[in-house]
Design a protein around this ligand. Structure first.
Ligand code: TMO
Length: 318
């Protein structure tokens, strides 16, 4: 008899706890933006799956990776899982200044995004990685599209807005040609590899590419705060962007200010989420090398790496 009673009261307690959980986070969908590089898409789905595991509703929307900060500030999107310092600090800071979006903490990862070349390139331009070698060797990077000048193959236009400013500000004898997609970048590197053709392009770390193609970033004058906004900072006194991107950049999470009140449990989980360089490189690899769909990659990663995400959920009871 007493056993039954205890069991029943246990059930009653569970039911109440369940109700509290339902009341805690709004049932409105948490809007998770996805962009045009693989780790971000996979990580966003991993985070979305973590939220669904506690009963939250999530919705994924494809958005421009710069405009997303304005969208979050206005509450049209809820979170950003990958704020890369090199590409997005300026847009993130601008939105934060207006209000409505905040820094929700750092990943463990350290990032770099900059001009990069695969190892064989150095054979025909031994002065690399020093940026000054670029102008000595610009002719080896020429393509029919760029004539006498070298080609810098940039990423999709929404990633880095200032490659052209750097070319102008540092007098680089190069033409910036933007790739339409990340996969177009990798196709160009793979094609160049077959003939050991020199190539300089936009790349980043953590990424799957470092495991496939040994290579190096070009060493521009080191990044300094305000190099992007204050002409007196950097190599030349009267231009901006006359420096490299941060060599040990942050990777942050960002959130809409209203998130912590509307979805407190999800917000707690967001704060606990932190991934490392190897984990992020692996997320990219599952899509870019193993050719999995991002949703499948997220599920496979979670299955293999339970210890790397479950504690972040369990530390956030309803
Ligand atoms: C924004 N990205 C990580 C591709 O440099």
């Amino acid at each position: 008899m007493s056993t039954t009673k205890t069991l029943l009261s246990g059930v009653a307690v569970l039911a109440i706890t369940g109700q509290m959980a339902a009341a805690a986070d709004s049932s409105d969908p948490i809007v998770i933006p996805v962009h045009n590089w693989s780790s971000q898409i996979v990580m966003s789905h991993i985070f979305g799956n973590m939220l669904e595991s506690v009963g939250d509703n999530v919705e994924y929307v494809s958005t421009d990776s710069q405009a997303v900060y304005e969208a979050i500030r206005l509450g049209d999107a809820t979170v950003e899982l990958e704020v890369w310092e090199g590409a997005f600090a300026a847009s993130f800071d601008a939105a934060r200044e207006k209000g409505g979006i905040h820094d929700a903490g750092d990943h463990d990862a350290v990032t770099r995004e900059d001009w990069w070349y695969p190892a064989w390139t150095k054979e025909s331009c031994p002065g690399l990685p020093d940026w000054k070698a670029l102008n000595e060797c610009s002719a080896i990077f020429a393509t029919p599209e760029t004539g006498e000048q070298g080609r810098f193959l940039g990423g999709p236009v929404d990633w880095l807005k200032h490659d052209q400013e750097r070319v102008d500000g540092m007098d680089l004898d190069f033409v910036v040609v933007n790739a339409g997609s990340a996969s177009a970048l990798w196709a160009e590197v793979a094609a160049a590899e077959r003939t050991k053709t020199p190539i300089v392009l936009f790349n980043w770390t953590p990424n799957f590419a470092e495991a496939v193609w040994p290579g190096e970033f070009v060493e521009f004058p080191a990044w300094e705060e305000r190099c992007d906004t204050d002409p007196s900072v950097g190599l030349n006194p009267d231009v901006t962007y006359d420096c490299g991107n941060p060599a040990d950049g942050y990777l942050k999470k960002a959130a809409w200010d209203g998130m912590k009140d509307k979805w407190p449990q999800a917000y707690c989980i967001l704060q606990n989420v932190s991934f490392t360089n190897p984990q992020i490189a692996e997320m990219a690899k599952l899509v870019d090398i193993d050719e999995m769909e991002p949703e499948d990659a997220a599920a496979a990663w979670m299955e293999e790496n339970e210890e790397s995400w479950k504690p972040a959920v369990e530390a956030c009871p309803a």
